[in-house]
Design a protein around this ligand. Sequence first.
Ligand SMILES: Cc1cc2nc3c(=O)[nH]c(=O)nc-3n(C[C@H](O)[C@H](O)[C@H](O)COP(=O)(O)OP(=O)(O)OC[C@H]3O[C@@H](n4cnc5c(N)ncnc54)[C@H](O)[C@@H]3O)c2cc1C
Length: 391
Amino acid sequence: MENRTVDVAIIGGGVMGPSVAYHLLSQGLCQSVALFEQDPMHMHSSTGLSAGGIRHLFSSAVNIALATFSVRFYEQFAQHMATEAGPGPDVAFRRNGYLFLLDRQNEESLLRRADFQEREGVELERLDRAALKDRFPEIEVGDLQGGVFGVRDGFLDPYQVMRGFTQKAQELGAQFITERAEAVEVEAGCAVAVRSAGWRVAARLAVVNAAGAWAGDVGRMAGVEVPVVPRSRQVYQVIPPSAAFDRYPLTIDPTGFYFRPETGGRVLVGKSFDDDPRDFVWDWKRNLFLDAIWPDLAARVPVMENLRLESGWAGLYEVTPDDNAIIGPHPDLERFYVIAGFSGHGMMQGPAAGLALAERICLGSYRSVDASGLELRRFAEGREYREDAIV
Ligand SMILES: Cc1cc2nc3c(=O)[nH]c(=O)nc-3n(C[C@H](O)[C@H](O)[C@H](O)COP(=O)(O)OP(=O)(O)OC[C@H]3O[C@@H](n4cnc5c(N)ncnc54)[C@H](O)[C@@H]3O)c2cc1C
């Protein structure tokens, strides 16, 4: 067994763990970081299986603030992540926008939300039915009232984000241990160390639970509850019959499905269902697309009647009771911090969330983005955020 003492020990190497490691070290907030990752090929981590949508169109101020900071960060990502070997990875951030389609049922609430978003500084356009048809002629608008379009939004390549944070954090001195963390040692009400098969890493300042859908398990290792559960979500990659979709935004239909262009003329399609398994399962369900998504997609975008379903995958959302992230100290265990449970919007919050937690650990408060409203104690204090812009 190898032994080491660091300032901060992190469990989880998706987007959140490396983002925390990067910000701790690049801001000079602490001197030494070790990070445990059980799945170095990222076969199952949510980050590698994400659709990569990036938007400001949320219904709470804290989520808009996290997205605003993160979008600015992504604009300069390759520079921030530059190492001695050259610029950081190209995350292929495409600013095609984000489009919520409005029908009679959702129109009032989405327009009220748009008023709030504008007051929070979000740049958006309200499109009436004619403007929608004019800009996106492939969409069937007969039953629609219009759309809300996020001007500065788009999508990117999540895997490259994770790679950038990882490489840069390593260059700054973070040690990545590719083993499963098996225990969090607790002494006198304090998290003090993390153990794996080959390592015991003692932590002077903090143990960070950045374990995504596994955050509940890592909480149990430390003897505390972290209310994050997995939800298996499906993604489908299709080849549309026309190249028109390359300039399309990430578009969300009132029936719940979304689609966005992917490289090589392909289109990604997905939808969350109430009965998606709440378990660690990654089975891809081809028939779900054929039976429960394609008919609605072809009704909304008639040329999609002639698409070819090429492939797809399933990944885990990491879901909390109010569909919002948990960022900050655990109220029942000193020096134990959580950054998990992003409930399907972690890519658009990863840079800001990592910095917020790094500041909270080392400075005792949030300086760059105020994430205090997302601390775990909100559940016990009855201050849940009911985010209604969940996809
Ligand atoms: C299908 C799908 C579509 C999505 N679409 C979007 C989108 O459009 N926009 C958006 O912003 N977000 C989206 N998300 C959500 C986003 O991908 C996640 O919120 C984000 O990736 C979570 O990052 P994370 O680092 O918390 O978790 P993960 O990426 O899962 O990383 C956690 C890591 O912890 C490791 N780990 C767990 N337990 C241990 C242990 N005991 N020891 C060592 N390592 C451990 C795991 O192996 C894993 O690699 C989507 C997710 C999915 C699945």
